[in-house]
Design a protein around this ligand. Structure first.
Ligand SMILES: *Cc1c(COP(=O)(O)O)cnc(C)c1O
Length: 439
């Protein structure tokens, strides 16, 4: 399978190249030449499979013989060795038809682990014994940095440089991304997440930097992030025993839209998914686009669901391309809703008081989107909210909601370690000189 650039569909590369660079020349995003489709037989077969087996089945369609079968199987087994519960919200024993797909039981307690662990192992395979050294640049609004760092920690031929907005991530997130040490470095940028993301994009366009470093992006501009984010949608959609006339809808708390693009891939492949809900916080350029038909990037504003504080969602450009810019067709697949911080806190309280279920603020935005969608339809809907992070990662926000959460041991350990970061101003120059200094 070849991967083409959204900016120049004639420009096509292997999966290896798309993964190891991340961004196509000129800033285009890679997309697979075709999204494979499942046959009836495939779907029946997949119903009985575990998540890691499903991941292998799907990954093989996209990667084909670029990674030998036995290696790819092992990559999936190792990457997905944690549980992925699907919890039904129950009120005094009576279920409402909302479930939470808990994607936060990996090592850094957010769904970013799914992609990070898969990517790291694929990169490791491709680099093999080659005498090259990759430099990963990754901008994080909170969770990506920790997951990518954790995924690549200890790899000999990869350095990871994490850019995060100073003061813009939760204390637990900051501890996770500044205490790994080894081949993982953290840059604390005096600016917003959008600044971090822009600096990474500019670095890829900068000749001098590219001459000095073999750069790779690990943000969701990398198609290697999107593919593994389809695995758990394929898998979970086949675990739910839907009746004939039931619709399956996922509500995905969204920022850069990498997660929901994975869900769209799963739907396109033929998983029994009927519709997708984009749930945004006060940063909502995509929901505005669904309403007005015009996409406009806006400066991000800080919220309590900080991993979604994104004013310029990268993956909009994939969606635009996949739908040939036809917003009416986009609306057939996606609905969108936005919620502010007070609504988010109230949703966390409601979920806890009604169902005894504690949500992180992002998942709470997804829960609100699920409810908003359900209000507008009469169909029999099985609604699944993507639970994107463990509430303990946002214990400060949980406290604001008047609730409390126990900190798991792995997080407590990170909080005790010494923070190591380099503060830089929000410019490419500052990033370049910080990188050069390390060499
Ligand atoms: C990254 C993240 C999101 C947003 O995901 P996108 O793929 O950027 O849309 C939502 N919730 C949490 C907890 C995250 O870490």
């Amino acid at each position: 399978m070849l991967y083409y650039s959204t900016q120049d569909p004639e420009y096509q590369v292997s999966f290896q190249e798309a993964l190891l660079t991340g961004l196509a020349p000129g800033g285009g995003l890679y997309l697979p030449q075709e999204i494979p489709s499942f046959t009836e037989e495939d779907l029946n077969l997949l119903k009985g499979k575990s998540l890691s087996e499903t991941a292998f089945f799907v990954a093989e369609r996209f990667i084909e013989d670029e990674i030998p079968t036995s290696v790819l199987r092992k990559i999936c087994e190792e990457a997905y060795d944690f549980e992925v519960p699907i919890k039904k919200l129950e009120e005094d024993g009576a279920g409402v038809d909302i479930r939470v797909l808990e994607l936060f039981h990996g090592p850094t307690l957010a769904f970013k682990d799914f992609a990070a662990r898969f990517m790291a192992r694929c990169v490791d395979y491709f680099l093999g014994e080659q005498d090259v050294r990759k430099t990963i640049l990754v901008a994080t609004s909170g969770d990506t940095g920790g997951a990518i760092g954790n995924g690549f920690l200890g790899m000999d031929n990869v350095d990871v440089n994490i850019l995060y907005p100073k003061g813009g991530v939760s204390p637990v997130q900051e501890a996770q991304l500044t205490t790994m040490g080894g081949n993982i470095r953290a840059f604390e940028v005096n600016g917003s997440f959008d600044d971090c993301q822009r600096m990474v994009k500019e670095a890829f366009m900068d000749e001098a930097l590219n001459e000095e470093f073999d750069l790779m992006s690990a943000n969701s501009i990398n198609v290697g992030r999107i593919l593994p984010q389809s695995f758990y949608y394929v898998w979970s959609s086949l675990q739910l025993d839907l009746s004939e006339d039931q619709y399956l809808v996922y509500s995905v708390p969204s920022g850069n839209m990498g997660n929901i693009t994975g869900a769209y891939f799963a739907q396109k492949m033929g998983s029994p998914i009927d519709h997708l809900v984009v749930s945004n916080n006060n940063n909502h350029p995509f929901v505005d686009y669904l309403e007005s038909g015009e996409f406009e990037a806006v400066p991000s504003v800080p919220t309590i669901s900080n991993a979604m504080d994104i004013g310029h969602p990268n993956n909009y450009y994939r969606i635009e391309h996949l739908f040939s810019g036809n917003v009416d067709r986009v609306r057939d697949y996606f609905s969108g809703y936005t919620f502010d911080d007070p609504q988010t806190l109230a949703a966390m309280q409601e979920s806890y008081n009604r169902y005894g279920y504690l949500m992180c603020p992002h998942t709470a935005v997804g829960y609100l989107g699920a409810k908003a969608y359900l209000e507008g339809v009469e169909d029999d809907v099985c609604m699944v909210v993507a639970g994107t992070a463990h509430p303990a990662k946002f214990s400060d926000v949980v406290g604001k909601a008047g609730l409390s959460v126990e900190i798991p041991e792995s997080l407590a350990k990170a909080l005790e370690k010494e923070k190591k970061s380099v503060v830089i101003s929000p410019s490419l120059d500052a990033l370049s000189s910080a990188l050069m200094k390390i060499v």
